[in-house]
Design a protein around this ligand. Structure first.
Ligand code: G1P
Length: 309
């Protein structure tokens, strides 16, 4: 699949924006000096999971929206000459591959600065010059999806047939609608939903459905016009959902129910859950992790108790 198969009238998605300016206060003290997106999910930082998913979907250019002090997020993807040379000299091929797997050419990785935490809509607006006049993807690294095909790959396959704008969606419990952008739907074939409205974090009694947006989007560049008003919405923030709602009626807007299991790494327990799930499903260490977890859960792990004197 990928951009090569895009019909003539549908512009391919080549760029992805990663809004990663947040302070990660929920993860303090871990995030006192280290960006939340550098926390490890099994064997690599969260940001790398998101970048690899984007790469696998055919994305060629990467735009990180950061705040001052988070430049390490870029460093992680730039060639590390000294380390590479040392590993080469020592014949450490596996480690060399691991290091190379996260390299992006410097001219394909851009930093846009969001100087104030004004909301997700504002973060995306900060990336406008790097995106330019073409459709683009947005990846929220807090949302990870475990499955056979990457979530963004599934979205780009659908986009290459349907065009327009597309968000990844899943059903959430009614009581959780106030944590997500929620869809109001025209028609729904169980896989693709034609969207007629979007509401950011409605209380359950006001929610038009329980179909919620998770952190993968494909949007047309006209979104930047809708964001340029800097209008504040839910929580006093400039919301991406509000700007997207303004595009409905002007352009096609669909929600895609993706295949896979989504984990929310935006809070502690969700992050721990993701680590357990990803490590249990790892072909390399999965069976050992299962044994460890069973032992701990059953209380049969080895306990050392040395009595005093
Ligand atoms: C953001 C979006 C929301 C979306 C969610 C997905 O909210 O504003 O519409 O459903 O991401 O994770 P946040 O989680 O940043 O509060």
């Amino acid at each position: 699949m990928g951009p090569m198969n895009t019909p003539d009238n549908i512009k391919p998605v080549r760029k992805a924006v990663f809004p990663v300016a947040g302070l990660g206060t929920r993860f303090l003290p871990a995030t006192k000096v280290m960006p939340k997106e550098m926390l490890t999910l099994v064997d690599r930082p969260l940001i790398q999971h998101a970048v690899e998913e984007a790469k696998a979907a055919g994305i060629e250019e990467f735009i990180f929206v950061i705040s001052k002090g988070k430049e390490i997020l870029k460093d992680h993807f730039i060639k590390h000459e000294a380390l590479t040379k040392t590993l080469e000299a020592r014949g450490k091929t596996q480690q060399l591959e691991a290091v190379k797997s996260c390299e992006i050419p410097a001219d394909k990785l851009h930093l846009a600065y969001q100087d104030e935490p004004l909301g997700l809509g504002h973060a995306i607006w900060c990336a406008r010059e790097f995106v330019g006049d073409e459709p683009f993807a947005i990846m929220l690294p807090d949302d990870v999806v475990l499955g056979d095909a990457g979530c963004l790959t599934q979205m780009i396959e659908t986009y290459n047939k349907a065009g327009g704008n597309l968000v990844a969606v899943m059903d959430v419990p009614k009581e959780d609608t106030n944590k997500y952008g929620i869809l109001d739907v025209h028609s729904d074939d169980g896989k693709l939903a034609d969207i007629k409205g979007l509401v950011e974090k409605p209380e359950p009694e006001n929610a038009p459905s329980t179909l919620s947006i998770i952190g993968r989007y494909i949007l047309q560049p006209e979104i930047f016009e809708k964001l340029s008003g800097h209008e504040k919405g839910a929580g006093g923030e400039i919301q991406l959902t509000d700007a997207m709602a303004k595009l409905i009626g002007e352009q096609p807007f669909n929600g895609l129910r993706f295949d896979g299991t989504r984990y929310d790494c935006g809070h502690h327990l969700g992050f721990i859950e993701a680590n357990i799930a990803y490590s249990m499903h790892s072909p390399k260490i999965g069976s050992q992790v299962k044994e460890i977890i069973e032992k701990i859960a059953n209380g049969t792990e080895e306990k050392i108790h040395v009595a005093a004197g």
